[in-house]
Design a protein around this ligand. Structure first.
Ligand SMILES: C[S@@+](CC[C@H](N)C(=O)[O-])C[C@H]1O[C@@H](n2cnc3c(N)ncnc32)[C@H](O)[C@@H]1O
Length: 622
């Protein structure tokens, strides 16, 4: 992490890590990082909320910064997953990311609202600055529009109750003091803070605001938009005027009003005095060291270790775990102890494997609808693949139906632009989906069937419910609405097989609608997902949710599912226990493909499966 990221870590630690957390622990933390290139704050926030301890990732972010040499450097982001971050520069391809432009601020707000169900983000961080070499004494004046636009953008994109962290320099002018007063009014809590990691001799400090009063702040937002428009106008006019005739906005709130609020004005004066004194001490220390070149501060190493501990940052070199160009098989086998990739794929995915017939399934006494689940698939089993991400868009594909080797995805595959974080292995299908509400736009999508490795974590021994929770978090963090060029990630759509024939409103039968869609020759069975997207269903992947010798069936008496030992050796049990559940390999081994529709009578298809399930259920009931 860069120096700025460590500053962010310090502020977060001082606030008991509440800056980097959502309001509820099961929410995904959403943040905006503005004036933020190369992206150290973002890297810290994504790292703090990375997938770990068997949980999925818990943060996603949006960025606005100037293009050019200080732009985000997402490819250098080694500690956080850049796939969970979207850098925005403005509404057109030519937009440059300048926060002074109203269109950029409003476009950023619209993007964030479209992605947060109109709520806004939990945190806005702003760290804007530019070189003022030779004009250090008027850095505050030169930065006034930056102060204003950062505060304004924060108020446009924050959710109610959200927090704002913003870098400032001096706060001596009426303009800066007035802006601080407006922030003081717009938030429940307001503080000025100079982190220990900020150079002691300079004027840098941060304003920390918590508890955004969104509804009460609408008039402040409108006022700041007007002021910014005025500043932009005056800048255009100034080009044609001599220096002495140029005008500027001098203040935002009348000095009398500021002074009348004693709590605020005393706090600001006290903060300015304290930080001023600290700067004087810092400067005199520099002077002293300059005069005594041999002098050393022997406490630095200990202080560093103590600080890292307090900030919860491991004392490691950044990016020590950078992956080279090794074959994914080697990396996967190191992590999960399995070097045979076909063991991580369903047995019938290989080109030579035969599908189950309707007859054989009917005669199989071990096939119980109660312990089978079905994943609705938008592509056939021979297209199932493993995807391994090395990060930075480098995704490799292993398809048993083709050559048994890792290859780059072909140009039409959704794997091409899939936002998969590094060191992640997915079992997936590449499909296309129709986007709501018009259902005219086709979107490339990866249907994730399972996830054995997530951001370097071995999930193969976790139960399916944990892996599914991880996959949902991964999809939520990686998918961005209104963002071109990225493939969508979709969690598996799973139905209990014993409920497949049911006619209830949200049952499989009701969700599949046969309809004619643009580009298809004949009407297609389309399945609508929870998020409203539609895909053409090609079949179901069935799998077992128990592991031998444990089985699952329905107690007719209690009308509840229960587990039992298949040789009747142990007690039956209504609650699930870890030993009843398959691990990833056992589960994948039990996978069985069913085509949606087959012309051949002998082959199993969904219609015959539903009949068979009905028959099995009825025979159990009678
Ligand atoms: C000190 S750097 C930010 C460092 C960052 N927080 C990090 O952790 O890496 C200041 C940033 O402000 C950006 N900036 C300055 N003026 C800006 C403007 N008008 N609009 C958008 N970004 C601006 C610069 O381009 C630069 O990326």
């Amino acid at each position: 992490m860069n120096r700025a990221a460590v500053k962010m870590a310090e502020v977060d630690a001082v606030l008991q890590f509440r800056m980097s957390q959502p309001f509820d622990s099961d929410e995904i933390f959403q943040f905006a990082d503005i004036c933020a290139g190369p992206g150290g704050f973002t890297e810290y926030l994504l790292w703090r909320n990375r997938a770990q301890d068997g949980r999925g990732p818990r943060a996603k972010g949006f960025g606005l910064t100037l293009r050019g040499e200080c732009d985000f450097r997402l490819n250098d982001m080694l500690m956080g997953a850049p796939e969970f971050f979207y850098p925005y520069y403005g509404p057109t391809d030519q937009s440059h990311g300048d926060i002074y432009l109203e269109d950029n601020m409003l476009g950023f707000r619209d993007l964030i609202m479209a992605n947060t169900a109109n709520l806004g983000v939990h945190l806005v961080t702003a760290d804007g600055g530019f070189s003022v070499e030779g004009q250090e004494n008027i850095q505050e004046i030169r930065s006034k529009q930056l102060y204003l636009c950062q505060a304004l953008t924060a108020m446009l994109v924050l959710r109610s109750g959200g927090s704002f962290l913003c870098k400032l320099f001096d706060i001596f002018t009426e303009f800066s003091a007035g802006l601080m007063y407006l922030l003081y009014l717009a938030f429940d809590q307001f503080a000025l803070f100079k982190p220990a990691t900020s150079r002691p001799a300079n004027s840098e400090r941060y304003v920390i605001c918590r508890g955004y009063r969104k509804q009460q702040s609408e008039s402040i937002v409108q006022y700041l938009l007007l002021v910014n428009a005025e500043i932009n106008l005056l800048k255009v006019e100034a080009v044609h005027l001599p220096q002495s005739e140029r005008q500027d906005v001098q203040g935002l709130v009348s000095l009398d009003v500021l002074k009348a609020d004693r709590a605020f004005s005393d706090y600001l004066t006290e903060s300015n005095d304290t930080l001023g004194r600290m700067q004087i001490v810092g400067l005199s220390k520099i002077h002293h060291f300059y005069d005594n070149p041999g002098m050393k501060d022997t406490r630095q190493e200990d202080t560093r270790t103590e600080c890292l501990q307090f900030w919860g940052i491991p004392d490691e070199k950044r990016g020590e775990k950078v992956l080279g160009k090794e074959n994914p098989t080697v990396l996967i086998s190191q992590l999960i102890g399995e070097g045979n990739m076909s063991k991580l794929l369903p047995p019938d995915a290989s080109s030579s494997a035969k599908s189950v017939t309707a007859d054989s399934l009917e005669k199989n006494p071990d096939f119980s609808p109660y312990e089978q689940r079905a994943i609705a698939c938008g592509e056939v089993n021979k297209e199932v693949m493993l995807l391994y991400s090395r990060g930075n868009g480098s995704v490799l594909v292993y398809k048993p139906a083709e050559r048994e080797a890792w290859t780059a995805p072909d140009s039409k595959s959704a794997a091409q632009r899939a936002p998969i974080p590094r060191e992640t292995l997915l079992l997936a299908l590449s499909v296309s989906q129709l986007k709501p509400p018009s259902y005219k736009l086709r979107v490339a999508c990866l249907q994730i069937l399972d996830c054995p490795i997530l951001q370097g974590q071995n999930l193969t021994d976790k139960p399916l419910s944990d892996r599914l929770a991880c996959i949902r978090q991964l999809c939520y963090c990686a998918n961005f609405e209104r963002v071109p060029l990225r493939s969508r990630l979709q969690p598996p759509v799973i139905f209990p097989v014993y409920e497949l024939p049911s006619d209830s409103a949200d049952s499989f039968k009701k969700l599949v609608q046969v309809q004619k869609i643009k580009g298809s020759v004949k009407p297609m069975p389309m399945l609508k997902q929870e998020d409203g997207y539609l895909f053409a269903i090609k079949g179901l992947y069935l799998f077992r949710v128990t592991r031998d010798p444990w089985r699952l069936t329905m107690s007719q008496k209690a009308n509840k599912l229960y587990y039992f030992h298949k040789e009747g050796k142990a007690l039956t049990c209504f609650e699930s226990r870890p030993e009843f559940l398959p691990n990833y390999r056992q589960q994948v081994e039990s996978m069985m493909w069913v085509d949606y529709e087959s012309a051949n009578d002998k082959e199993l298809d969904v219609k015959r499966l539903l009949q068979l399930v009905d028959k099995k259920l009825n025979s159990k009931r009678n």
